[in-house]
Design a protein around this ligand. Structure first.
Ligand code: LP5
Ligand code: MN
Length: 255
């Protein structure tokens, strides 16, 4: 584990970060792994942060009655009832999640970005898609679908009609991604630096979205800031666990 500055830490506490689970009924193995994770590793944590893209996509909170979604909600509810604080940030797939889902699941919705105190260090949390500024087509799409007026018109349509449109956008997104370079779909360094400056040089930036789990050192005005990129849950689950002594990445299969 890396060393970190510590102010009056609770030595036994841990905080877990995950993102990009892309949960859906058609990937039962990862669903099973996630529900087991909630019932084991997450249960022994003080807090669980989900930094976006919990679901493959979210068409609106009127979908909380769906059997698959109910199963996930129940998993969170049980975890929250055991005393773990659960925080959820929107990703580019599930930004339509609102209070109904969060209340049912016992989750606190947090903004992107959110700055937290992590055992004496400052950690800035983000999904990460907004940092991919070279992906101009995506940023234009993002601007459109994050518009509140657009969202309320979209949500006025029947649930199945919304799902059909999202499936069509998903196909288009996959087609377009296949002709975008890896560099275009990564974070832009200037965007990272601007964000870190705007948030007064936190010790740590934790984000997901790019599915390129890694630890980078970013130099900003003479300060060295760690940028931690979380992995996705397509092949196997992984999570970042932090305590007063530092942080480490854990892959579920190698437990
Ligand atoms: O998710 P990921 O990592 O595979 O790809 C993202 C970007 N793609 C997306 C699209 C989502 O995957 C699917 C939509 C989510 C559902 C949200 C619900 C509400 C919206 C309903 C819309 C009808 O986010 C991808 C990035 C990639 O990350 C890497 O950063 O490249 O971006 C794209 O591929 C977007 C295309 O480049 C542009 C798509 C234009 C589509 C325009 C259709 C017309 C507009 C309809 C109304 C908005
Ligand atoms: Mn994403």
């Amino acid at each position: 584990m890396a060393n970190h500055k510590v102010n009056s830490p609770n030595l036994s506490e841990t905080t877990i970060f995950i993102s990009d689970l892309h949960l859906c009924a058609s990937r039962p193995q990862i669903t099973e792994a996630f529900l087991t994770f909630l019932n084991t590793q997450a249960k022994s944590a003080h807090a669980l942060y989900i930094l976006g893209d919990l679901f493959e996509y979210w068409a609106g909170d009127d979908d909380i009655e769906d059997a698959f979604n109910k199963q996930i909600i129940q998993g969170f509810k049980t975890l929250a009832a055991s005393g773990v604080s659960i925080y959820l940030m929107h990703g580019n797939r599930d930004f339509l999640i609102t209070d109904d889902f969060c209340k049912a699941a016992g989750i606190h919705l947090i903004s992107d970005p959110t700055l937290i105190n992590l055992y004496g260090s400052t950690a800035l949390l983000s999904h990460g898609d907004e940092l991919c500024t070279d992906d101009v087509a995506y940023q234009q799409f993002r601007l459109q679908v994050r518009n509140k007026q657009w969202q309320s018109e979209f949500l006025n349509q029947p649930l199945q009609a919304r799902k059909n449109q999202i499936e069509a956008i998903r196909l288009r997104s996959e087609q377009e991604k296949s002709s975008k370079s890896a560099q275009i779909m990564d974070v832009n360094q200037d965007a990272v630096v601007s964000l870190l400056k705007a948030h007064h040089y936190p010790d740590l930036l934790i984000h997901g979205h790019t599915h390129r789990p890694n630890q980078h050192q970013v130099s900003v005005d003479g300060k060295s800031i760690t940028r931690w990129v979380l992995g996705d849950w397509y092949e196997q689950g992984s999570y970042l666990v932090c305590d007063a002594f530092g942080y480490k990445n854990v892959n579920l299969n190698s437990n």
